[in-house]
Design a protein around this ligand. Structure first.
Ligand SMILES: Cc1cc2nc3c(=O)[nH]c(=O)nc-3n(C[C@H](O)[C@H](O)[C@H](O)COP(=O)(O)O)c2cc1C
Ligand code: SF4
Length: 419
């Protein structure tokens, strides 16, 4: 019998090799300039992750076109002028041997109209997003080639900037997920209805992106294991597996498995929700929501925190059951995201054949040197899944706002400064 892989064994993802199996997943940084250019603040964050020995880093979601921008100070890959800034991220990662993957996204209907600069949100159909409140207009057939082109052109820019690959974001209820899911895709043309029709846009994007970037650039995919849309026509594991298989056939090198749309609530960021809704209204995107949403969160924040904690409690490996199915059926590596921070849970996922690699979001926000600490056994700041980083996502630079973990992180960064 062969030994299960260790966290520090290399892993091949198509044309690239990561020097370990604990990756940083995409977490929106809100650290670009207001017009979407790479800033010093963004380079500093990626520099820390690379210095910490992270073998592979997936950026926060980058918009492929101005229409797909979901938040303030989001980074864009929508024009060639952005390439010199993007090159700075690739250079700082490469200096420490970190593979850098850009997550490419179009938010579709999941946007607060006006806040990010998007006034005309689009989707597969006109289904309103009940969380952000946006009522999108369906994309016209003659607009879809432009969407395909925006992803493929963005990937090519990343390649030119020196990135090692891109990740197509088809999870979490953003535009590509909106086309895949029957609840959000009510079209009656060639892009809606049957399995093949709902898949068509994403298939065209993956095919065209692979054609333009060539074989020696990694193409990753983030997908849901389950849409978690009970009583609505959401996707479940079997159909998601069929989608993943079809896209691997178009040239995807690895699949990261997550869960949920915005409309599902917070299964994708299961946690403790300590003072979450109040902080969302005071410091986060809640400030820009309509009066009814602001009033509800201000008035009922305690009850909403308690309900969320009950519905989506923190747990290491909360997407593992889906990832294990993907791993069993796909011919490419599977990355599992969701609640991981301890070595024991990560090793359990690898040895139990649940996944080929682990990705973490919040654990890296608390401790950018997580991989170094896993390797040496030294204690670092520990994420307690309060979700206060999420409460402020999209309004200020991504950071840990938990008083205990934040103090630990500041101590760590001060010590690293002296090294
Ligand atoms: C502050 C914050 C920002 C996030 N931004 C993104 C993003 O840009 N793209 C994405 O696919 N997921 C995003 N997520 C979700 C994470 O990638 C991940 O799926 C989720 O946090 C679960 O992993 P974790 O338990 O290791 O944090 C974000 C999560 C947080 C907390
Ligand atoms: S604020 Fe800090 S401790 Fe809380 S979930 Fe985010 S990273 Fe973890």
């Amino acid at each position: 019998m062969t030994n299960p892989p260790s966290l520090f064994d290399p892993l091949r993802l198509g044309p690239i090799e990561a020097a370990g199996r604990v990756f940083k997943t995409a977490t929106a940084e809100t650290r670009a300039s207001v017009d979407g250019f790479v800033s010093d603040e963004l380079v500093e964050w990626y520099g820390l992750l690379a210095r910490g020995g992270t073998p592979l880093v997936i950026t926060g979601n980058f918009y492929v076109s101005p229409q797909g921008k979901s938040t303030y100070r989001m980074c864009g890959v929508d024009s060639d002028e952005k390439i010199p800034g993007l090159r700075r991220l690739a250079e700082i990662s490469d200096r420490f041997g970190t593979k850098l993957i850009a997550q490419l996204n179009h938010c579709g209907r999941q946007v607060i109209v006006g806040h990010s600069g998007v006034d005309d949100p689009v989707s597969a159909s006109a289904q309103r997003d009940p969380v952000m409140g946006a009522k999108p207009r369906p994309l016209r057939l003659d607009e879809l080639p432009g969407v395909v082109d925006s992803f493929a052109a963005a990937a090519l820019r990343c390649r030119e900037a020196g990135f090692d690959g891109v990740q197509i974001h088809a999870a979490h209820g953003y535009l590509l997920n909106q086309f895949l899911t029957p609840h959000t895709n009510r079209r009656r043309d060639a892009y809606g209805g049957s399995f093949e029709n709902r898949l068509r846009l994403v298939r065209e994007i993956v095919r065209e992106t692979r054609r333009r970037v060539g074989a020696d650039f990694a193409l990753l995919l983030k997908m849901n294991g389950d849409d978690r849309l009970p009583l609505r026509r959401g996707l479940q594991i079997d159909e998601n597996l069929a989608i993943a298989k079809a896209l691997v056939g178009e040239g995807i090198d690895a699949v990261e498995v997550s869960v949920g749309h915005y409309e599902s609530g917070f299964p994708m960021t299961a946690g403790r929700f300590d003072d979450f809704y109040r902080q969302l209204v005071v410091h986060g995107a809640g400030q820009y929501m309509d009066a009814v949403r602001r009033f509800s969160m201000t008035r009922f924040h305690g009850a909403l925190d308690a309900l969320s904690r009950r519905l989506w409690p923190p747990r290491e490996g909360f997407n593992l059951e889906y990832a294990a199915r993907f791993k069993h059926e796909l011919s490419v590596p599977v990355i599992v995201v969701g609640g991981f921070h301890t070595r024991a849970a990560m090793e359990g996922a690898l040895s139990g054949a649940g996944a080929d690699a682990i990705s973490c979001g919040r654990a890296f926000i608390a401790d950018p040197f997580l991989v170094e600490h896993l390797r040496t056994g030294e204690a670092g700041p520990v994420c307690d899944y309060c979700n206060l980083c999420l409460a402020r996502a999209g309004t200020g630079p991504v950071d840990c706002w938990n008083p205990v973990a934040r103090a630990e992180k500041q101590k760590l960064l001060a010590a690293k400064e002296l090294e």
